[in-house]
Ligand binder design. Sequence first.
Ligand code: HEC
Ligand code: HEC
Ligand code: HEC
Ligand code: HEC
Ligand code: HEC
Ligand code: HEC
Ligand code: HEC
Ligand code: HEC
Ligand code: HEC
Ligand code: HEC
Length: 314
Amino acid sequence: MITTNRKKRYNKLIVGFGLIIGLLIVVTPLYAEDFTRKGADSCLKCHDEESDFPVLSIFKTKHASQVDPESPFASAQCESCHGAGKDHERSQKKGKDDKPMLTFGKTSNIPASQQNKVCLGCHQNHGRTGWTGSVHEEEDVACASCHQVHVERDRVFNAQAQQQVCFGCHATTRAESHRASAHPLRFGQMSCSDCHNPHDSNNDSLLNRSNINDTCYTCHAEKRGPFLWEHAPVAEDCTICHNPHGSNHQAMLKQRPPLLCQQCHSPSGHPSTAYTSENASGNFQSRFVLGRSCSNCHSQVHGSNHPSGATISR
Ligand code: HEC
Ligand code: HEC
Ligand code: HEC
Ligand code: HEC
Ligand code: HEC
Ligand code: HEC
Ligand code: HEC
Ligand code: HEC
Ligand code: HEC
Ligand code: HEC
């Protein structure tokens, strides 16, 4: 009795195992079929430097690292980004074009959010934590609208080339940055990412720092003070008076003095209209409105440390 029971149990076990192994035999190839057997080597039989889209330069990028266990080429290789490729390989071999791979950028065959999911699959934890909820995410901008992964050096890491990427969508900023007075962006001595983090939703206007002034202070530390005599609007927001991208007035001012100053300071009391007739010294010029106007005298517009600098004139 005992032996037959054992036998039965053994039989059950064997049948059980058999079923599991059988399932594995059936399922594994079904699953594995999606991916090519030789990874990049399969793809490179057809896609190389001669193709319409040359792919090989990706091997000169960090994505091709074999030693970094998180890199695409340490796992599914091309298929980590473009999706499983077995069907595509087969259909292309038959001369058909009915099994497209996932594609990226403007001509992509999938929505931006889905493209980005592929990239974020690896990059979520690499400082991309602010991406979700950022303006660019909400506006369905794709990672590949800014990044090129099939080139040795992605444009965004070059100050001048990066701007061209941004200008593709931000024409107003391009116009501003070409005005007479501007940050030296167009000479490649600065880049948009000196002030902006295009990935991050944590700060207003995708700024690198928590507010405008802190962003400016990273390079213009002397404007931070503390000053014995502060000028209230300066500590509040540099962009009250300056356009950070450029302007046609000197020092990137939004308006020229006296108008700039008279947004807040009453024109009465201080003469701020030009003399209409020759003055005592035979001069048509008014130092209140011409030249540097108010700054002729109030030269320490950002604040003064002089004991008698209450009127920020020294
Ligand atoms: C038998 C040849 C062949 C193989 C193998 C092959 N492709 Fe293609 N692939 C083509 C052809 C032909 C096209 C369409 C013409 C073109 O744009 O290059 C294409 C198109 C593509 C496209 C553009 C979108 C599309 O599908 O139309 C991508 C991306 C792509 N292949 C990636 C891959 C990847 C990744 C692999 C390896 C997993 C691979 N291919 C293997 C021949 C091949
Ligand atoms: C399989 C994981 C994986 C996927 C998928 C992936 N990346 Fe990466 N990526 C990495 C690793 C690993 C690095 C190198 C380490 C680092 O800089 O974080 C890297 C680096 C980068 C860099 C920096 C390159 C440099 O020269 O400093 C950029 C930009 C980038 N990836 C963009 C993308 C974009 C865009 C996508 C989607 C089209 C993408 N990645 C998909 C793993 C991945
Ligand atoms: C609006 C343009 C833009 C978009 C969209 C964008 N990036 Fe970037 N990315 C940049 C710029 C510019 C830099 C270079 C920043 C710098 O100079 O440090 C960069 C740097 C990177 C880097 C390398 C430096 C780092 O911070 O680790 C990675 C990785 C990266 N981006 C991944 C992504 C991924 C993933 C996405 C999509 C979820 C994405 N980017 C979307 C513009 C963009
Ligand atoms: C890190 C993700 C990533 C990896 C890995 C990757 N690609 Fe790409 N591939 C892209 C992106 C993004 C584009 C869009 C163009 C660009 O940004 O450079 C692209 C474009 C392409 C195109 C042109 C598709 C079109 O829209 O016409 C082909 C073909 C292609 N890749 C093939 C390959 C092959 C073959 C490999 C492996 C050797 C590979 N890719 C590895 C992300 C990747
Ligand atoms: C010197 C720092 C700085 C640089 C460099 C810079 N920005 Fe800005 N940007 C700002 C500030 C500050 C704001 C917020 C302005 C405000 O709120 O009035 C801003 C706002 C923006 C806005 C929102 C719309 C607007 O104009 O207010 C866009 C778009 C923008 N920047 C794009 C760019 C691009 C593209 C580049 C590179 C060509 C760039 N910025 C370079 C500081 C900078
Ligand atoms: C594919 C198009 C596209 C590209 C490329 C692009 N942006 Fe944008 N960006 C947008 C859209 C759409 C908005 C939201 C509407 C607007 O403010 O113009 C936006 C908004 C912004 C804002 C304003 C954020 C706010 O809170 O008001 C800044 C700053 C900005 N982008 C910077 C950049 C920088 C820097 C680059 C280049 C590294 C860049 N963008 C590249 C499409 C793009
Ligand atoms: C990454 C460094 C950097 C940051 C951040 C920065 N600036 Fe500048 N700024 C410069 C450089 C470089 C110059 C050019 C100096 C020169 O030409 O001698 C400059 C010049 C200026 C000028 C004088 C322009 C002229 O024509 O005389 C003003 C005004 C100015 N910046 C305002 C700002 C404001 C406002 C911010 C914050 C929104 C800011 N800057 C952020 C680097 C920076
Ligand atoms: C109340 C208006 C006003 C505010 C607010 C303001 N500025 Fe200015 N800024 C000016 C004027 C006016 C000039 C031209 C001064 C001159 O003609 O000597 C100037 C010139 C500059 C210059 C070039 C000359 C110099 O002094 O180095 C820089 C840089 C600058 N500002 C940075 C800043 C920064 C950074 C902030 C914010 C912390 C800021 N400004 C806030 C009015 C302002
Ligand atoms: C956004 C508003 C604003 C702008 C623009 C502005 N100011 Fe002021 N200014 C103030 C405020 C607020 C005070 C502090 C007034 C107080 O404490 O009674 C002040 C104080 C002053 C003082 C010292 C006055 C006193 O009674 O202590 C002078 C001088 C002055 N500003 C000159 C200027 C000049 C010159 C400009 C143009 C380059 C200018 N301001 C632009 C808001 C502004
Ligand atoms: C010729 C030099 C000079 C010019 C130009 C000048 N100021 Fe003054 N400003 C002064 C002097 C000196 C004082 C101090 C007057 C006092 O203590 O009675 C002063 C005081 C002020 C004060 C403090 C409050 C007040 O009215 O006494 C403000 C605000 C002010 N000026 C704003 C301006 C503005 C705005 C302009 C440009 C339209 C300007 N100033 C042009 C010399 C000048």
